[in-house]
Design a protein around this ligand. Structure first.
Ligand code: SAH
Length: 186
């Protein structure tokens, strides 16, 4: 495992915190890699809610799962993750965000700090004790604005209820991504 690659690090967290039967959410389906990873980990038990605003991302995810996941305990939802509470009516154990835009597609359609934060607020409310949220935020798509806004928001998260960690690659100056890990305290 290359833990300097944040996608792989997110998958390491899935390996360690998602159990068969966990209720999970992929809040940015994109190419579908995280949804597929969750699908393989869950082995047909529990559930995956997978959100994306773009039909192209939902199509890519559906195709990947059709080819590579032999279970059907998931729902692909073409809507913004800021509306997550309209779809998920149960508590969740794990949520993953991979922010930015869909690679090899219209880069003008990208995550927005306002809706991302609305969504994270809702996810934190839905989270079970010991539940985990992992967020990879990039800087290339908006000059670091989303990353800055997220940091500002997450720094103020109630420390009694949640533990929040950030991981940075500190010797890269330009376009450096950041990974946030949040756990709801027991
Ligand atoms: N930056 C990543 C890929 C991110 S994909 C990489 O380098 O690989 C991010 C996905 O978020 C895109 O498919 C985009 O359509 C989706 N997205 C944008 N706004 C969203 C929203 N409000 N809710 C859910 N998904 C959203």
């Amino acid at each position: 495992m290359n833990f300097f690659n944040f996608v792989e690090l997110s998958h390491f967290l899935i390996d360690n915190y998602v159990e068969e039967g966990s209720i999970t959410a992929d809040c940015t389906s994109g190419n579908g890699f995280d949804t597929l990873y969750l699908c393989r980990k869950l082995q047909g038990k529990g559930f995956i809610y997978s959100f994306d605003v773009q039909l192209e991302a939902i199509r890519r995810t559906a195709k990947l799962l059709d080819e590579k996941c032999r279970y059907n305990n998931f729902r692909l939802i073409k809507d913004g993750h800021e509306n997550i509470d309209s779809y998920i009516k149960e508590n969740i154990d794990f949520a993953v965000y991979n922010l930015g835009f869909l690679p090899n597609h219209d880069s003008r359609v990208k995550t927005d700090p306002n809706t991302t934060i609305i969504s994270i607020r809702k996810v934190l409310k839905l989270l079970n004790k010991k539940g985990i949220v992992v967020i990879t935020v990039y800087t290339g798509h908006d000059n670091g604005n989303e990353k800055k806004e997220l940091l500002k928001f997450l720094e103020k998260t109630d420390e009694k209820s949640y533990s929040v960690m950030s991981i940075n690659l500190i010797n890269i100056n330009k376009y450096t991504p950041e990974l946030f890990i949040i756990q709801k305290n027991a």
